[in-house]
Design a protein around this ligand. Structure first.
Ligand code: ACO
Length: 380
C-alpha cells in the first residue's frame, strides 16, 4: 500500500526563500525578518518590496514603488464594468476573483500563443505591482456598491493603508486605525506553502499566467478552513452575542462537533506567531473606539476554548473583530486578506517560475476493479 499523506500534512514539497514558519519557536520570518518587527516598523509598501525583491527598499526604491502603486490605484473601466455585471448580493470574494480575472484578460489581450502568456520575470513583477495597487480600489468599491454608496477616488497624498481606508469610507482615518490596518496587511502578507499559495504554485507550474494563478489562489482562500475564517469569526461573535454567553454557546457548539472558526492551525500547534501582534492592534482599536465588550467576548472565548481543547487562536481570530471595529462589512474581511496576500502569492509565482517543475502528485486508486461495457465489441 502507498504511504498516503492526507492533506499533504507534513510533506515538504520544495524550497522557498520567501518566508520561514517555525512552529517550534513560534516564529515567522519574511526574507529573514521577524514579522512582528516588520509590522512595528514598516509601511506595507516596504514589506511588499521586500517580498518581491528579497531586501527592504532604500528611500528611493520605496518612493519609486509608491509612485507606481499610486499610478495604478484607480479602477479601470473594464474592471468596474466586470464588477457591475455581478449582482450586489454576490459574495465579495467572487467579485474580487472576477475583477482579477478581468484585469488578466485585459492585460494579456492580444497574446495568441499560449507559450507567451507566462511572461518574463520583469513583466510578472510589473503585473504583481499593478495587482497590488488595484486591489484596494476593487475591495473598497465592492463594499461601497453593496451599501449603495458612490465610489471614492484614490488620494495621491495618502500612503497605501490610509488611502485604502479613504476609498472604503470616504473620510480620512485616524492614525491609530491606519496603523492597526497597516499591521494587519503586513501580518497577512505571506505564510509559506499554505493552501492558497500552493494553489498559485500548482497553476504556475503548468506555465499558466500569473493572473490565472492568482484567481486560483483567491478561490482557495475563500474557504472557511483558510482565509474565509476571518469572516466566519465575526459570525461566531454575532451568534455568541455577549461574553457571559460564551460557556453555554461553546457547550452546544462542541456537542455538535462544530469547528470553532479562528482557532487551530495546520502548522502551529502551540499558537500562531502573528496573533500577539494583531491582538495588540485589536486592543488599541478597542480603546480607540471604546468598545470593551468586544475585548471581553474575545478574551472569554479564547480562554474557554483553549482550556477545553488546548487549541490556540490563529491570525483570523483577532483580525476579524479588528476589521469589524474599523467599520468594514463582515463579508469584506476575506477580500482584505487577498489585498495583503497578493504580495506573497505573486512572490511565490515568480519564485516557482524561476525554478519550475510541473506539480503533479500521484494517487492510490481505490475504485471498482476493471470492468467492461456490456455488448461492446472492440474495432477489428
Ligand atoms: N474547532 C474545533 N476543533 C478543532 C479546531 C477548531 N477550530 N481545529 C482543530 N480542531 C480539532 C479537530 O476537530 C480534530 O479533532 P479530532 O482529532 O478529535 O478529530 C483535531 O483538532 C485536529 O484538527 P484537524 O482539522 O484535523 O487539523 P488540521 O491541521 O487539518 O486543521 C485547520 C487546521 C483546518 C485550520 C483547523 O484547525 C480548523 O478547521 N480551524 C478552523 C478554521 C480556521 O480558523 N481556519 C483559519 C486557518 S489560519 C489562516 O488561514 C490565517
Amino acid at each position: 500500500m502507498a504511504d498516503i499523506k492526507k492533506g499533504l500534512a507534513g510533506v515538504v514539497v520544495d524550497y522557498t526563500a520567501i518566508s520561514k514558519v517555525n512552529p517550534e519557536t513560534n516564529s515567522l520570518l519574511y526574507r529573514g525578518y521577524p514579522v512582528q518587527e516588520l509590522a512595528a516598523t514598516q509601511p506595507f509598501e516596504a514589506v511588499a518590496y521586500l517580498m518581491w525583491n528579497g531586501e527592504l527598499p532604500t528611500d528611493q526604491q520605496l518612493a519609486d514603488l509608491r509612485a507606481t502603486e499610486r499610478a495604478h490605484r484607480a479602477l479601470t473601466p473594464e474592471v468596474k464594468q466586470a464588477i457591475d455585471l455581478l449582482p450586489t448580493s454576490a459574495h465579495p470574494m467572487d467579485e474580487v476573483r472576477t475583477a482579477v480575472s478581468a484585469i488578466g484578460a485585459t492585460e494579456t489581450a492580444g497574446i495568441t500563443n499560449v507559450l507567451d502568456a507566462v511572461g518574463t520575470p520583469e513583466e510578472n513583477l510589473e503585473r504583481s505591482v499593478r495587482l497590488f495597487a488595484a486591489l484596494p480600489a476593487i475591495v473598497a468599491y465592492g463594499q461601497r456598491r453593496r451599501r449603495g454608496e458612490e465610489a471614492v477616488e484614490p488620494r495621491d497624498d495618502l500612503d497605501y493603508a490610509a488611502n485604502f481606508l479613504w476609498m472604503t469610507f470616504g473620510e480620512e482615518a485616524d492614525p491609530v486605525v491606519v496603523d492597526a490596518f497597516n499591521r494587519s496587511m503586513i501580518l497577512y502578507a505571506e505564510h509559506s506553502f499554505n493552501a492558497s499559495t500552493f494553489t498559485a504554485r500548482v497553476v504556475t507550474s503548468t506555465l499558466s499566467d500569473l493572473y490565472s494563478a492568482v484567481v486560483g489562489a483567491i478561490g482557495a482562500l475563500k474557504g472557511p478552513l483558510h482565509g474565509g475564517a476571518n469572516e466566519a469569526v465575526l459570525h461566531v461573535f454575532d451568534e455568541i452575542g455577549t461574553a457571559d454567553n460564551v460557556a453555554p454557546w461553546l457547550d452546544e457548539a462542541l456537542a455538535e462537533k462544530r469547528k470553532i472558526m479562528g482557532f487551530g492551525h495546520r502548522v502551529y500547534k502551540r499558537g500562531d506567531s502573528r496573533v500577539p501582534t494583531m491582538k495588540t492592534a485589536l486592543d488599541t482599536l478597542v480603546e480607540h473606539y471604546d468598545r470593551p465588550e468586544v475585548a471581553a467576548l474575545y478574551d472569554n472565548l479564547e480562554s474557554e476554548f483553549v482550556s477545553r481543547k488546548g487549541i490556540y487562536p490563529n491570525l483570523d481570530y483577532p483580525s476579524g473583530p479588528a476589521y469589524n471595529l474599523m467599520g468594514f462589512d463582515t463579508l469584506t474581511f476575506t477580500p482584505l486578506f487577498v489585498a495583503s496576500r497578493i504580495t506573497g502569492w505573486t512572490a511565490h509565482i515568480i519564485e516557482q517560475q524561476g525554478d519550475n517543475a510541473l506539480i503533479r502528485p500521484l494517487s492510490e486508486y481505490n475504485g471498482p476493479d476493471e470492468r467492461h461495457i456490456e455488448g461492446y465489441v472492440p474495432d477489428a
